[in-house]
Design a protein around this ligand. Sequence first.
Ligand code: NDP
Length: 335
Amino acid sequence: TTRIVLASRPHGAPQQDNFRTETLDLGQPAEGEALLETLYLSLDPYMRGRMSDAPSYSPPVQIGGPMVGGTVSRVVAAPGGDLSPGDVVLGYGGWQTHSIERTAHLRRLDADRAPLSTALGVLGMPGFTAYAGLLKIGAPQPGETVVVAAASGPVGSAVGQIARAKGARAVGIAGGPEKVAYLTELGFDAAIDHRAADFADQLAAATPDGIDVYFENVGGKVFDAVLPRLNEFARIPVCGLVAGYNATSLPDGPNRVPQLMGAILRKSLTVRGFIQREFVKELGAQFEQDMAAWIADGTVQHKEDLVEGLDHAVEAFQGLLEGKNFGKLVVKVAD
Ligand code: NDP
């Protein structure tokens, strides 16, 4: 296999020299394992967390270890199991051209049902994150206002479209005019560029009745603009804080925790963090049904940003944390 390993831990934004490409022989799969050829590799913001040894909900990648990640792969060999060579599976092969994985951790995919790479996006982990976080924690009611940033990405775009399907008003925030125009195409009721100088004023104008659900994907300046707009009993599913993943120090300015706690108290806010896997048992099957139906009837549209070749993975990942991706970022590793 040719694989990309973590060479050193980044300080701030990941650099090329934090990664190293190496080639090695994986050997043969044992009973209960499969040798797989990677077709698609998912690149996701959480991978920045795995590069650090700061405490997190999952252990870090070891120095010299392969970068982790969700993959769609073709079975090369699977002795003694019920997978056959040529089957395509969803797994967790990481940043490499081939992997050996336990077959119990693999799920067979059907290319006739949906394009294979959607198992990493709208029909996979990010789509489920949007579904579970919005419906379980956000619980938008008809007529309420839902705000989400990173709104052209796989999580945010699904959040906005599911909110609309539930009768709520969806306000999307994204970086740059192209992404903002795309949000309007998706049916968001309003779309705002967080890079605009008057961003906070634009957000206020787009939320005349305040904000009932803020699906938190980014943190930072977006949260600062959202906080004064929150209504009494607003819900905040805390899904991600990507604006700060490369941060090396606290933001400038005074400590804002007292202000935040004051708002939580005065407005009876619900702020609830979650990691999507918490809800898989409870909602996984329902998600698959609902999302397939929403895609089929056009309720949920999705966009993929496909990068060709594992050798472009590092650059693409660096761009993900800076908003250079437009849609679900996937690396096509092989045909
Ligand atoms: P995206 O494809 O949307 O990529 C991240 C996007 O974040 C960028 O494209 C950029 O979009 C935006 N962004 C980056 N920096 C900033 C900034 N400073 N201010 C505002 N926006 C910024 O990612 P995903 O849809 O895969 O993930 C979205 C969020 O959900 C992430 O925070 C991720 O960590 C989180 N997540 C959480 C999970 C959980 O279980 N809790 C599971 C999966 C994802 P733009 O150009 O529009 O600014």
